[in-house]
Design a protein around this ligand. Structure first.
Ligand code: PGA
Length: 249
């Protein structure tokens, strides 16, 4: 059965003391919810965050990792390193990684393989740019991003994958896809999965929407049948806003 998930992507925000302060705020608000809750602090703060949230329902996840297990990759972090500080889930393919750090579908396929081989769960991000949508190519772009990075996998691998559709034009811009645009794309993504892997994989896949999700629009977006949650950037940096979004379920 697919799960509702709300994940906060903190990006390159919050040093150690700011991380601890936000976690204290989050802990004071955690109660029973209808969604799995995740936060993704910076690498330097993962262990502290994990340690502070051990006995809670908030999972700490990583924003990225390298595909190699170890070696001469200055500045990089491996799956094993993440696991050694308690991490069980990693975000891969965020549009900022693709745009600013040259991550291609081919690199992402290797990262996905490395994460799954290490038994990490993957939140795989993808989404079209504004020019793609203006030219009516958004479905073709999204289908190729998913196929190139994931469709070499066996059907059984998909139980450890969550998809996050994040149209680039809606990230950090204040502009959201309308609930209908999100629903249409999520339905298309589920159909794309169904065409290759069948109904089980398609129906059990959690597909998150990301891009300027805020307390005032979350409920309408999450009410769509193929939207199973959100990947939240800016609004995840404030505990009240983040929990308002979590509680939209
Ligand atoms: P945003 O970011 O909510 O600030 O638009 C979303 C994301 O990048 O995951």
């Amino acid at each position: 059965m697919r799960k509702n998930i709300v994940a906060g992507n903190w990006k390159m925000n919050n040093d150690l003391s700011e991380t601890q302060a936000l976690i204290t705020d989050l802990k004071s608000q955690t109660k029973t919810t209808n969604a799995e809750i995740m936060i993704a602090p910076a690498f330097t703060n993962l262990y502290s965050a994990f340690d502070s949230l051990r006995e809670t329902s908030i999972e700490v996840v990583a924003q990225n990792m390298h595909f190699a297990t170890n070696g001469a990759y200055t500045g990089e972090v491996s799956a094993k390193m993440l696991q050694s500080v308690g991490i069980e889930t990693v975000i891969l393919g965020h549009s900022e990684r693709r745009a600013y750090f040259g991550e291609t579908d081919e690199i992402l396929a290797q990262k996905v393989d490395a994460a799954l081989a290490a038994n990490l769960r993957v939140i795989f991000c993808f989404g079209e740019e504004l020019a793609d949508r203006k030219s009516g190519n958004e479905e073709a772009v999204v289908a190729s991003q998913i196929k190139n990075a994931l469709f070499h996998l066996d059907a059984s691998a998909f139980k450890n994958i969550v998809l996050a559709y994040e149209p680039v034009w809606a990230i950090g811009t204040g502009e959201t896809a309308s609930p209908e645009q999100a629903q249409d794309m999520h339905k298309f993504i589920r159909k794309t999965l169904n065409d290759t892997y069948g109904n089980d994989v398609a129906e059990n896949m959690s597909i998150l929407y990301g891009g300027s999700v805020k307390p005032n629009n979350a409920q309408e977006i999450f009410s769509k049948p193929d939207v199973d949650g959100g990947l939240i950037g800016g609004a995840a940096l404030n505990a009240n806003d983040f929990f308002a979004i979590v509680n939209a379920f």
